[in-house]
Design a protein around this ligand. Sequence first.
Ligand code: SF4
Length: 362
Amino acid sequence: CPLANRIPDWLQAVARGDTAGAAAILAETSALPEVCGTLCPQHRLCEGACTRDGTREGLKNGAVTIGALEKWVGAAALDLPLPARAQPNGKRVAVIGAGPAGLACAERLVREGVAVAVYDRNATAGGLLATGVPPFKLDKDRLARRIERLKAMGVKLELGVTVDAERFGELLDAHDAVFLGTGAQRSRPAQLHGSTLTGVHDALDYLAAVNAGTASPLTGNRVLVLGGGDSAMDCARSVRRLGAAVSVATRGDFRASPKEIEAAREEGVELLAQHVPRSLLGSAAVEGVRFDSPGTSRDLPADRVILALGQVPAPPAWLAAHGVMLDESGRIVVDGQGRTTHPKLYAGGDNTRGPDLVVTAM
Ligand code: SF4
């Protein structure tokens, strides 16, 4: 577990029927257990590492369903009293970005007695949990309750606020430290002829519309999603729910979690591996995609195309003025403790690692 959750300990508490005890153990290491229990690719993390995973002699009955149990304990914990907090210690920290990294950081700090204010340009807290993960995959009411609990613990949320160079300077002056949890929310450029045609959508924009309830019905439409990761599956499954026939095409093999691939397949999504997109077809509106697939070239028709080709970090331009070092791919350089090259600035999550999992951001 990237969070070092004490898995055997809280599982034993669950087995004893001690839900509050299990929740308390989980709360030592995780700010969002029900989210991780839902979204983590457990097959390559905790459950993949379980000693009952079937590879050891005499233990061939499979891993414990850690994710499902964690989701359940996390949900039950929303009804329990708030965790203990230290007395205020006079320190003040601003957190920029209310996604998993920012919220996890704020939760740790407020429990240590630090006064924390979290800034986010969106009107809703949660980052991609709110705008990127489709509602059928993550219980948004529970997410809202979790965020309410953070507020009740003393985390101040400043939502709908864009932190520009001037405001950043003010925050830096007014706080003992600033944490940058700005994520990696810029889509990787498509570099495909025709990607500006009408009917071509960016995956993050599309998922934001799905979450806002503004994505239009697609009954009778044919949609192609380009990409092979979890976001591509999220788009495809969303589009299915809006009534379209949908295919997902990726240039190599699918990178998405097996559980996401299986869910997409069960819902009738066509999966096309080894399909290298060459260009989008159409004059004003998109009409299809030309692919190279092994030994041949094929055109597939589409009324809409969604580009889910991954994300890249997009750190604010004004960071450079404060001497914050970035690496060649635009990630903020930090040491093992999350310190940037500026003494008051810390960073964590996708802006330092590149696009990764919710659990690693936390
Ligand atoms: Fe497994 Fe994720 Fe929970 Fe860690 S946080 S125990 S990896 S489900």
